[in-house]
Design a protein around this ligand. Structure first.
Ligand SMILES: Cc1ncc(COP(=O)(O)O)c(C=O)c1O
Length: 430
């Protein structure tokens, strides 16, 4: 037995399921991958095998592993004692950087995970509007709290279907405050607002829907969200936990040219350290205690090490040429993957924007919503990932529908070419 499997089995005896996060078991392998070290775009497992990383910590390590700018910022903070649960000047510096970089941000709050960010943002939207209903889109992922762990109980593609919890243990009845609508259906959104517009506190949306691989919103859909929420006194929340910094420094909202009232930001912002953000219009953010009456607090909120890492990460994203580099790598990688599919006669589609992408085996038309993405050939996907890992390219599959993959800015042309030649060998074995 190799060390990866041996240590995973050891963990199973004391760590529930052998992992700290349920989705960390790679479904293509049937166990978690255990990595010994990482550098740039590469990972080495506990047995010393090397991989080019096309998971990139589910999008958290956009700069690559062990980036020196992040490490130096972290080291400086550790040398100061990293006094947690207190503020220092880096908190204000980070807040200013965020407000200068992301269009909707006039005020921010720092929090731990993406789940906490969406939970607090939804609470704030309800506090500000005095309404309870939340519009969400089919398949969009917003974290693991009870307010958002719901999906259609029956057929997909319906306006306001009966919902069922995605997990056992979710508080029953929360779904009476949710209105679910298929993604990219401005007509159904309009209907929902006609029927219940004065009860809707907010619309929450993955503005670029990466959690189904990479699904782009149509212009009509984005402008309907902005127009209807404004007309009805509801708030528009872009959940940019995954999309922030992915294709430009201002995230999906800058890319789409639409400014929401509130947004959440996570993953890449911390440069590999745990921190998330929610924020938006100052008028709304003033409802948070101690100025207002809506609670958001936490012992580890704005941990100084993560705050220092986030400041360094955003400065790196704002460096001239950063997104030219991302675009050049994305062109090379995505067109290289398409060429490989063609060469091997594999039916499939790559959809990507910036540094993240989806692979849909068995589908050649554009994926426009969750129902479309669910039609991909999952069995083929799992075989592809297992073959890629055997050939030295790391992808992760956490189960469910289509998943997102991505690369980091440390990746150079030569790394892309090496990844493609390893994947050429992998696809040949399918
Ligand atoms: C769009 C979106 N929102 C929220 C979350 C939850 O973030 P976290 O895993 O940090 O709790 C995720 C995580 O993948 C996400 O992609």
């Amino acid at each position: 037995m190799n060390r990866v499997v041996e240590q995973y089995k050891r963990a199973c005896n004391s760590l529930a399921g052998g992992v700290s996060s349920s989705t960390r078991v790679n479904q293509a392998l049937g166990h978690a991958m255990l990595f010994d070290r990482a550098d740039g775009c590469r990972l080495w497992d506990l047995d010393g095998r090397e991989y080019i990383d096309l998971c990139c910590s589910h999008g958290a390590t956009l700069l690559g592993h062990g980036d020196t700018r992040i490490r130096e910022a972290v080291d400086r903070t550790l040398a100061r004692g990293a006094a947690c649960s207190y503020e220092n000047e880096l908190h204000a510096e980070l807040a200013e950087l965020l407000c200068e970089t992301v269009p909707c941000l006039e005020r921010v709050r720092l929090t731990g995970s993406g789940t906490e960010a969406t939970m607090h943002c939804i609470r704030l939207a309800r506090a500000f509007t005095g309404r309870t209903k939340l519009v969400r889109f089919e398949g969009n992922f917003h974290g693991y709290h009870d307010q958002v762990m719901w999906a259609a109980a029956g057929a997909l593609g319906q306006l306001n279907p009966a919902l069922a919890p995605i997990s056992t243990g979710v508080t029953p009845g929360i779904d009476q405050h949710l209105i679910q609508i298929p993604y990219n259906r401005p007509d159904l959104l309009e209907q929902a607002f006609k029927q219940q517009g004065d009860e809707i506190a907010a619309v929450i949306c993955e503005a670029v829907y990466y959690n189904a691989g990479c699904v782009l919103p149509t212009d009509e859909f984005v402008s309907a969200m902005r127009r209807l929420t404004t007309e009805h006194g509801s708030l528009l929340i872009f959940d940019e936990i995954l999309s922030a910094f992915r294709m430009c420094a201002g995230g999906a909202q800058e890319h789409l040219g639409v400014t929401p009232d509130l947004c959440t930001i996570g993953k890449a912002v911390g440069g590999g350290y745990p921190i998330s953000v929610f924020g938006g219009r100052a008028e709304i953010m003033r409802r948070l205690m101690p100025e207002g009456d809506c609670q958001h607090s936490g012992t580890y909120n704005g941990h100084p090490v993560s705050v220092a890492a986030a400041g360094a990460a955003i400065r790196a994203f704002r460096e001239p040429g950063f997104y030219h580099g991302i675009d050049a790598i994305s062109d090379r990688l995505y067109s290289g993957l398409r060429d490989l599919f063609q060469k091997h006669g594999v039916p499939g589609r790559i959809q990507g924007l910036g540094a993240r992408f989806g692979i849909y085996f068995g589908i050649e038309h554009e994926i426009r919503d969750y129902a479309d993405s669910k039609k991909h050939d999952r069995e083929m996907m799992l075989r592809f990932i297992a073959a890629a890992i055997s050939n030295g390219v790391y992808f992760h599959d956490y189960g469910g529908g289509a998943v997102h993959h991505g690369f980091c800015a440390a990746m150079q042309d030569a790394d892309v070419d090496e990844a493609l030649s390893r994947l050429d060998r992998a696809i040949a074995t399918l």
